[in-house]
Design a protein around this ligand. Structure first.
Ligand code: NAD
Length: 437
């Protein structure tokens, strides 16, 4: 059945969600306060790089089932309202800034009718849903929380084929109304046997922060092992392969390297620590402080390895950085480890050039003091050292002999452990990596 749906907040999460819901056959209006974003979306142009999103947008708009607006009043006719606005880290604090969520719900209140369902998808501190439910209730609408687990770079696939759906609902009839409404929206996914867990608000909110904390922990665990490998001469990639063969551990998320970044994991674990503190449970997640520290130490270590490989100083050395996005297949540069390394090397006297297949525009807006080029060949020409910091396929596929013909010095530091050391060394390169001899 076609459901009238609104999506408030059309960023990395909301734009994909809006297009995906339209592709399921629903009548969708996407709302954002950012006029440029809405203008791009209306024209069928994704305002950011995400594989498959352009086709999804065009397909849905051709069906006439997807529109975008800056006027929240246009959401009034929707029965299900998804809240997808940002919850960034507060400047100078660990806590999440939930003012965008509050503002979105506030702006929606005058347009809610009895029987409508407000579905929070943003990642929020536990307790947020219960607080907002009190604001929504007088309208006769019901609030539920449905955390989102999509990965940038795989957002379309993850939205349409999630591993699981989690509903956080109130007790009683209101919870049943909310569950039934969201089941109608997600009917094709439920028909494909996607597991669905119905929980209370707090559990649903915690599922998201707990999942991200676990993922961050797995990455920092292997990066802590990389530190030990560096101290002992062992090879962390083999170590990861060997421990990952144990089914109880698994090989996924055990790739040692420059660590995690982006608009989610770092701020989510910090917000979790802040919220746990407010609840008097700070000891429960005190380990996340160490997870964060291990992660941030990798950036410093990366700079140290590159400086060592260049003979002890960056001064006057041309350093080319491959990758600006926080991960491949995305143009998102929020808390990008690659850009953090670029800045550090710049402050130590290196002449840094950064390139990326998709993220140069965002990166140069965020770091106008750095030099960016879009063409990989131009970026590599004359380099004294090359640092692979975001593992885009086109960088993984680079031919060591061809790159050797462009650079001034054959020094390569593989920040993601994705290149074949033997192949690069055979072509005359000094190959260095994190956690490997
Ligand atoms: P984003 O910054 O890309 O998008 C947020 C959007 O909300 C922006 O376009 C902004 O203009 C808009 N907005 C802000 N206030 C608004 C208002 N009052 N009304 C309408 N629009 C408003 O952020 P994002 O990456 O899409 O993340 C959104 C939420 O989803 C966050 O809580 C994040 O933690 C969570 N999340 C993100 C991902 C991801 O991979 N990006 C995955 C899962 C969960």
């Amino acid at each position: 059945m076609r459901v009238k749906v609104s999506v408030i907040g059309c960023g990395y999460l909301g734009a994909v969600h809006a297009a995906a819901m339209a592709s399921l056959g629903h009548e969708v209006v996407g709302v954002d306060v950012d006029e440029a974003k809405i203008a791009a979306l209306r024209a069928g142009r994704p305002p950011f790089f995400e594989p498959g999103l352009a086709d999804l947008l065009l397909g849905a708009q051709d069906k006439g089932s997807l529109d975008f607006t800056t006027d929240i009043a246009d959401a009034a006719e929707a029965r299900v309202h998804f809240v997808c606005v940002g919850t960034p880290q507060k400047p100078g604090e660990f806590a999440a800034d939930v003012t965008y969520v509050d503002a979105a719900v506030d702006s929606l209140l005058p347009h809610l009718s009895p029987g409508a369902v407000v579905v929070g998808k943003s990642t929020v501190p536990v307790g947020t849903a219960a607080r907002l439910a009190g604001l929504v209730q007088p309208s006769g609408a019901v609030l539920m929380w449905n955390p989102e687990f999509l990965r940038e770079g795989h957002a379309v696939e993850d939205t349409l084929h999630p591993n699981r759906l989690v509903y956080g609902v109130p007790d009683g009839a209101a919870g049943e109304t909310a569950t039934a409404a969201l089941d109608e929206v997600y009917a094709p996914m439920l028909a494909a046997d996607t597991p669905r867990l119905v929980a209370d608000y707090a559990t649903a909110e915690l599922v998201k922060t707990a999942a991200n904390s676990f993922l961050a922990t797995k990455i920092s665990f292997i990066n802590a092992m990389a530190e030990l490998c560096e101290a002992s001469g062992a090879d962390v990639t083999m170590l990861a392969d060997a421990i990952g063969m144990d089914d109880r551990i698994g090989r996924k998320f055990l790739n040692a390297g420059l660590g995690f970044g982006g608009g989610c994991l770092p701020k989510d674990i910090r917000a979790f620590m802040a919220r746990a503190g407010e609840l008097g449970a700070d000891q429960a997640v005190a380990f996340l402080k160490e997870i964060d520290s291990i992660n941030m130490r990798r950036r410093v270590r990366m700079v140290d390895i590159a400086r060592e490989a260049l003979g002890g100083s960056f001064i006057g050395k041309k350093v080319t950085i491959l990758g600006a996005a926080f991960k491949p297949d995305s143009d998102d540069v929020r808390d990008s480890p690659a850009l953090a390394v670029a800045r550090l090397i710049g402050t130590q006297g290196g002449v840094v050039t950064v390139t990326d297949p998709e993220a140069v525009a965002n990166a140069s807006r965020a770091f106008p003091e750095l030099t960016f080029v879009t063409d990989t060949t131009e970026a590599l020409t004359g380099a004294d050292a090359v640092l692979l910091l975001t593992e885009w396929k086109e960088y993984r596929d680079l031919d060591p002999a061809a790159v050797a013909g462009l650079v001034s010095g054959r020094v390569l530091v593989d920040g993601r452990n994705v290149l074949d050391p033997q192949q690069w060394r055979a072509a005359g390169w000094t190959y260095r990596a994190l956690g490997r001899p």
